[in-house]
Ligand binder design. Structure first.
Ligand SMILES: *Cc1c(COP(=O)(O)O)cnc(C)c1O
Length: 406
């Protein structure tokens, strides 16, 4: 019953219970309606599905493998399997979404793509999809982030995208989001705005979930092949929540499977030191929808911190807020230090250097939070190449000869 309830969401107004909706300028409503209708029609259209599936197979490299983590399993007393989104082209799950949205934009006759990015990973995945189809691409990025994430700026530019540096406000992701919204409001007839997580106004939370669901659909079959049943727990890190929603989707409401989302606990629970929107925040509006959010008493969005740039976001997708309140998933956190332990454990025990985002999920598991003998499916959302410098600095090892920035 629960599963049916959940897959029926969002409702016609784009709500997951009280969460979600569309808190956007009036001028964007027709484009959001058009996108909603197009996705409803195209998601089951054989030609569209076929084109997307061929791209996921031939360009991204899907299906991604499911790897049994045997030494980590021995250490923990669990049976741990890793869903290897780190092996996708561009190194993370984000490409599943950007390819789908760019394909959709082409069907809608939109000749220009915009996106916003914090760490740069979504910008790179969007620029990649645009290069593949020869579409012009503009990526908004806060000035702070262009400095912190300089290699990703170079990647986007080499892929032919224009990176627009945003100098307003705190010059980070939320300011880049505002600029992208402003661009879209003025250019909506020819432009599609590729949102990178299960956030934003309806239909983005469900559109991105549906595009990322391929992770869970593959993993469910792979896990059954390996263990003959569904996992006791599915664990994923939660920034905006797209890799988690993607792997959770086919298990939501299944009685024997616990879904666990791991937020970034940063340096501790004080304001500005973490990204625990679901576990320490309160409902509010950000980026066009109502969801849990880190805000002060006046509703101003708080600063955030995480060692992993991809989790450094003050909000979370509205479906996670719904699942939290409905008891369909539980949400926990792992600190920067726990993420580093998770990173080292996977490197030393499994020969895999993960991105710092999914290292939070592994770090949480290292604390032994599940009953002995549990079978666990972990979403390894990305690879660690982008994080080498951060990890070396955090572990106090000699820096590489790449110039460092404060
Ligand atoms: C961007 C990113 C995330 C966080 O985004 P979600 O929408 O929460 O999935 C997690 N892992 C990796 C590797 C990322 O690049």
């Amino acid at each position: 019953m629960k599963a049916a309830e959940t897959t029926a969401l969002p409702d016609a107004r784009g709500r997951f219970g009280r969460f979600g909706g569309r808190y956007v300028p009036e001028v964007l409503i027709p484009a959001l309606d058009e996108l909603t209708a197009a996705w409803e029609e195209l998601q089951d259209e054989p030609a569209f599905r076929g084109e997307l599936e061929a791209l996921l197979r031939d360009f991204v490299g899907r299906p991604s493998p499911l790897t049994f983590a045997s030494r980590l399993s021995d250490r923990l007393g669990y049976r741990v399997y890793l869903k290897r989104e780190d092996l996708n082209h561009t190194g993370a799950h984000k490409i599943n979404n950007t390819l789908g949205q760019v394909l959709l934009a082409r069907r809608l006759g939109k000749g220009r793509i915009i996106a916003e990015t914090g760490a740069g990973m979504h910008g790179v995945a969007t620029a990649t999809a645009c290069a593949l189809f020869g579409l012009p691409c503009v990526v908004y990025m806060g000035e702070e982030d262009t400095v912190r994430q300089a290699p990703n700026v170079a990647r986007m530019q080499l892929l032919g995208a224009e990176v627009v540096t945003v100098t307003s406000g705190s010059r980070t992701l939320k300011d880049a989001m505002n600029e992208a919204m402003r661009d879209w409001a003025g250019s909506v007839r020819e432009t599609h705005y590729v949102i990178g997580s299960v956030a934003g106004p309806h239909p983005f939370p469900s559109l991105v979930r549906d595009l990322q669901r391929v992770i869970g659909d593959e993993a469910k079959v792979q896990f059954r092949d390996a263990e003959g049943r569904d996992p006791d727990a599915v664990v994923a890190c939660v920034g905006g929540g797209s890799n988690a929603m993607g792997i959770f989707a086919p298990f939501v409401g299944a009685p024997g499977t616990r879904l666990v989302g791991v937020e970034a606990g940063g340096r501790g629970d004080a304001d500005g030191e973490h990204c625990r929107s679901l576990t320490l925040g309160a409902p509010g509006v950000l980026h066009g929808s109502l969801s849990y959010l880190l805000q002060d008493g006046d509703g101003q969005v708080l600063a955030t911190h995480s060692i992993s740039a991809g989790l450094d976001y003050p909000g979370v997708g509205p479906e996670h807020s719904y699942m939290k309140e409905a008891g369909l998933a539980s949400y926990v956190s792992a600190t920067d230090a726990q993420a580093l332990e998770g990173f080292q454990a996977l490197g030393e025990l499994e020969g895999i250097l993960p991105a710092l985002e999914p290292a939070h999920a592994v770090g949480w598991l290292l604390g032994g939070p599940l009953p002995e003998g549990s079978t666990v499916l972990v979403n390894l959302s990305g690879r660690g190449d982008k994080d080498m410098e951060t990890v070396r600095r955090a572990l106090g090892e000699p820096p590489s000869d790449r110039p460092r920035r404060a």
